[in-house]
Write a protein that binds this ligand. Sequence first.
Ligand SMILES: *[C@@H]1O[C@H](CO)[C@@H](O)[C@H](O)[C@H]1NC(C)=O
Ligand SMILES: *[C@@H]1O[C@H](CO)[C@@H](O)[C@H](O)[C@H]1NC(C)=O
Ligand SMILES: *[C@@H]1O[C@H](CO)[C@@H](O)[C@H](O)[C@H]1NC(C)=O
Ligand SMILES: *[C@@H]1O[C@H](CO)[C@@H](O)[C@H](O)[C@H]1NC(C)=O
Length: 354
Amino acid sequence: MGSSFPAPLRLTLALLWQLGLSAAIQWLGLMVNGSRVAWNETQHCKILDGLVPDQVQLCRRNLELMHSIVRAAKETKGVCQKTFSDMRWNCSSIEYAPSFSPDLMKGTRESAFVYALAAAAVSHSIARACASGELPICSCGSVPSEVPGPGFRWGGCGDNLRYGLQMGSAFADGPMKSSKAGGQATRLMNLHNNAVGRQVLTDSLETKCKCHGVSGSCSVKTCWKGLQDLSEIATDLKSKYLAAIKVTHRHMGTRKQLVPKELDIRPVREAELVYLVSSPDYCTKDSKLGSLGTQDRQCNKTSVGSDSCNLMCCGRGYNAYTESVVERCQCKYHWCCYVICKKCQRTVERYVCK
Ligand SMILES: *[C@@H]1O[C@H](CO)[C@@H](O)[C@H](O)[C@H]1NC(C)=O
Ligand SMILES: *[C@@H]1O[C@H](CO)[C@@H](O)[C@H](O)[C@H]1NC(C)=O
Ligand SMILES: *[C@@H]1O[C@H](CO)[C@@H](O)[C@H](O)[C@H]1NC(C)=O
Ligand SMILES: *[C@@H]1O[C@H](CO)[C@@H](O)[C@H](O)[C@H]1NC(C)=O
């Protein structure tokens, strides 16, 4: 385990480690060293302890996919932190990968989001890599079967969602298929949320077009199916995170399934994120719960959303300070072709939680 953890957290992590609990998203640890390897020798598949045997095998057989998977791990971190920068829980614990603090170890709403996003990210990354010609094993997505609308024809190179989903689910779901990763309820939760992530990815497929014709007249238009950026997929998943359903593992008919805990008896829906364990409010620091607290977090005095000083600081109040920022200003266009700006200094008020 890395030594970059605060001491109390290190203790908690060591304890979880001893209990044999491990997160099925340990592969996110590839973001640490994954870019340093060339991924052209099967022994590279051993650089991360956190890969389960199925993932190692997939790696050995498909070395060329690993660049896309490493990219997916990095994107998951960046996009998660950006998407949650206005929330009390701000996804910073993803930085501990391949170890995690309890907010991502215990079947919480936060882990539901991260699993779904990570699963979507792998498939997204592979689907795009196929289309960009990076992978010898796949190429553009197949031509859509739907009849093209008026004024365009199918062409270009679409993202290969089918291949992305196939290899992405084999990789991201691998840990849940192996017997070691946590209890059965957690495994079902993770599998469900991974599938939700991939469904949101699939729904993000949209028609993108390019114009041709004399001097941009757009008399000929070619279109293909392309995926939206991961940050948009994350925004959809954040809505699902806010509406996530608490579930419990119980008999429904002959099989044990995840069923909503506090609603009518019904199976969980394909489209909803589910979690097993309630989260703390993330207001105060509690490393046993994986909460960093919001002290010293920046808040927005005029916002009425989750980044408002009232919500972010949990009613504790805030401190104001001023900061001077230097900006480009009074820009003038000079013919031809450059812009000259002045530098202006401006003071801005900032607010941080007590
Ligand atoms: C990354 O590489 C360093 C140096 O080889 C090693 O100490 C560390 O454990 C590795 N971390 C991960 C997550 O693979
Ligand atoms: C893998 O790539 C590295 C760096 O590009 C190169 O030095 C090495 O010889 C390659 N190994 C094989 C087995 O091709
Ligand atoms: C998230 O919040 C913690 C705790 O306040 C802070 O230390 C950290 O810098 C924040 N991380 C990001 C990525 O904003
Ligand atoms: C604060 O929130 C307001 C209203 O939502 C927004 O217009 C403004 O850009 C935000 N300011 C900062 C510094 O994020």
